[in-house]
Design a protein around this ligand. Structure first.
Ligand code: LLP
Length: 446
């Protein structure tokens, strides 16, 4: 089912190698072609077809190791919603990551990838009784999002004769200065228990049969480019920990969530895991010492682990000179939803003419029957023609995982690159995927 491509088809002779994006980059320009590690992305697109998600194994491992170096004593739970590819999850497991899961489906996938149950946190603001049962049976910790959920969960645990270990999701009321649709720690957001109610709720949980409260959890938002909100959230979490301790509670785990942004735009640099550590560790460590507690610190990075590992390759179908210069490619918001949903910027390069000078201004649009199907607006690019392959960079987080079959578009394949090897980790869907699970009702057959 999974194919290994012939290496020699993808590697072209190396005339000039130019590192494109930073000194340790997995993306280089060689003889005017975009390379990921030692694989020619243009040749790969020709061979596999497009749209195509392509991920660098070495970059993924390096990103995880950067977190381990910055936070040697913390657990890192990969936020599976960012990328649920089984092979990438397997690599995350090999590199010692746990997982933040947000559904029973994500839980099944990470268990299959080999992530130990002790390193999984089952999150969610809207869990059903079945979700609670599944998490209890799987023996994973849950993050409880409300006082109401606590009571529901206690009933289920009691009925099952089991004990559920829980953290409480805190709404710390911190503004992360990011797109409003992905700010989660604001007072007005649907997530978490208002900070001032958490200690009391914790105390209630301590007296409930079937429930063992072990810690606190928050997540203030995503694509955050400033470390100050993280420091503010860490301080508020430690205030709550102090209140819990004062009520006789035990705090074994403090989970500060994910959210560290990445550099999508050449002019908008992002903090590194080291910067994040410098902002939050002193607060965490000092306050723990003052309180005389030694909880485990947990982080839940998604984007900063996978975004820059991956490019999305797409082929130009039409270059149309109208009131606007449109480039219509074979991927739309069905493949990469972020630009449409959040007006996100993804840097675009031409995979077979990477060093060519920009000559034209283009708006890159997809094949979907909606005017909003714009992937990149007013970009300066070399003159394009039908058959050119564009690479959308930093597509590894919330790329494939948010892809849909809208407009009868099967989802694309995913490939993992390692050195000069390119292996399909998820094959492309075909039209049969559009029919999966469907039937024509027998009474309508005649
Ligand atoms: N933990 C929790 C509880 C979360 O809700 C999230 C993301 C994360 C961790 C990981 O955050 P990260 O490190 O990836 O920022 N689809 C949007 C992003 C939604 C994020 C939702 N929660 C996008 O494409 O920008």
């Amino acid at each position: 089912m999974f194919s290994l491509l012939h290496r020699n088809d993808l590697v072209i002779p190396e005339r000039s190698v130019k590192i494109m994006f930073g000194p340790k980059s997995h993306l280089t320009s060689r003889s005017d072609h975009l390379f990921m590690e030692d694989v020619d992305c243009f040749a790969l697109a020709q061979q596999q077809g497009t749209p195509l998600y392509v991920t660098s194994e070495s970059r993924l491992r390096e990103n995880i190791r950067a977190y381990h170096r910055a936070f040697p004593h913390a657990d890192k739970y990969f936020a599976v919603k960012a990328n649920g590819n089984l092979t990438l999850l397997r690599i995350a497991a090999q590199e010692g990551m746990g997982a933040d899961v947000f559904s029973a489906g994500e839980l099944s996938v990470v268990r299959m990838a080999g992530i130990p149950r002790d390193m999984i946190l089952y999150n969610g603001n809207s869990k059903s009784e079945k979700d609670h049962e599944m998490a209890i049976l799987a023996g994973v910790r849950m993050s409880v999002d409300s006082r109401e959920e606590l009571e529901h969960l206690a009933k289920t645990a009691k009925r099952m004769g089991r004990e559920a270990e829980i953290l409480f999701r805190v709404n710390p009321d911190v503004s992360p200065k990011t797109h409003p649709k992905i700010a989660t720690g604001l007072r007005s957001s649907k997530f978490g228990i208002p900070a001032e109610q958490v200690a009391q709720t914790y105390q209630r949980a301590m007296g409930l049969a079937g429930i063992k409260p072990v810690g606190l959890h928050c997540h203030i938002g995503s694509q955050i480019l400033d470390t100050l909100p993280f420091a503010e959230a860490a301080g508020k979490m430690m205030d709550i920990a102090a209140a819990v301790v004062a009520l006789g509670g035990k705090v074994h785990r403090i989970d500060l969530g994910g959210g560290l942004g990445i550099q999508y735009h050449p002019d908008l640099p992002a903090p590194t895991p080291d910067d994040l550590a410098a902002a939050v560790l002193p607060i965490f460590q000092d306050r723990c010492r003052d309180l005389g507690i030694a909880p485990r610190l947990i982080l839940e990075p998604g984007r900063s682990i996978v975004a820059d590992t991956t490019v999305m390759l797409t082929t130009v179908n039409v270059v149309k000179r109208a009131h606007v210069n449109f480039v219509a490619v074979d991927a739309g918001f069905n493949v990469l939803a972020r630009p449409m949903l959040y007006d996100s910027y993804h840097h675009v390069v031409v995979a077979s003419r990477i060093d060519a000078p920009a000559e034209e201004t283009y708006t890159v649009v997809g094949p979907i029957c909606e005017t909003g199907d714009v992937l990149a607006k007013d970009r300066r690019l070399p003159a394009l023609e039908r058959g050119d392959v564009l690479a959308f960079l930093d597509a590894g987080a919330y790329g494939f995982s948010m892809a849909s079959q809208y407009n009868g578009q099967p989802r694309p394949a995913e490939v993992l690159v390692s050195g000069d090897q390119a292996e399909v980790t998820r094959r492309a869907e075909d039209a049969s995927a559009l029919l999966a699970g469907q039937r024509i009702l027998p009474r309508l057959m005649w």
